[in-house]
Ligand binder design. Structure first.
Ligand code: ITT
Length: 196
């Protein structure tokens, strides 16, 4: 089964390729189908934004596809940056500035609990299905590690002492929010769609 992953974030694609490498789902990128379009994320929930991204491409090409909207929720900051994770410091996709702002906002705050969330909207034959994944952890005080992307260098998952950025992609993929959401989609496809 071929599915287009509607994302302009190459890190997300790499993670999905690794997580879904041993199953019947072949993940294609927008580049693979010759379509690279910026999509405005105008929703204010992960579900809405995931749906906007997936539906935009489904309406353009009519092919089965999925999109992932994700972000970091920090409890002491009322779940900020949340759906605004990518542009928290004002500039879309500038992770360094986003992390600096996050660490500034958390200065002097003892409660560092946070979670990463991924919501996937999967469109199959015109119908939308949603899958969610979460991973809980702590925001540390200084960046550590060079791997991953986004906020990985300041996030230590529960039960570990290394940040996501200090782990290999395989280690992060074993426990990540994205892995949980992708596996829920995979299970759904194998159970409900595999028979078609
Ligand atoms: P697409 O919309 O094109 O998929 P994007 O990077 O804009 O790519 P989102 O709108 O879902 O994706 O924004 C998610 C932001 O949340 C992302 O830019 C990171 O800053 C952060 N984020 C999401 N997943 C993450 C992860 O696994 N590790 C670290 N940061 C993550």
């Amino acid at each position: 089964m071929k599915l287009i992953f509607v994302t302009n974030n190459f890190h997300k694609l790499e993670e999905a390729w690794e997580i879904l490498k041993d199953c019947q789902i072949e993940v294609l990128s927008l580049k693979d189908i010759g379509l690279e379009v910026p999509i405005e994320e105008t929703g204010d929930t992960f579900d809405q934004n995931a749906m906007i991204k997936a539906q935009t491409i489904y309406q353009l090409v009519g092919l089965d596809c999925f999109a992932d909207d994700s972000g970091l929720e920090v409890m002491a900051l009322n779940n900020e940056p949340g759906v605004w994770s990518s542009c928290y410091a004002g500039e879309e996709g500038n992770s360094d500035k986003n992390i600096s702002k996050l660490l500034r906002r958390l200065e002097g705050i003892e409660n560092r609990k946070a979670r990463f969330v991924t919501v996937i909207c999967f469109i199959w034959r015109g119908n939308s299905y949603f899958f969610k994944g979460e991973v809980y952890g702590q925001i540390i005080r200084e960046r550590r590690g060079k791997g991953g992307f986004g906020y990985d260098s300041v996030f230590v998952p529960e039960g570990y002492d290394r940040t996501f950025a200090e782990m290999t992609m395989e280690e992060k993929n074993n426990i990540s929010h994205r892995k949980k959401a992708l596996m829920a989609m995979r299970t759904f496809i194998e159970k409900e769609i595999g028979k078609y």
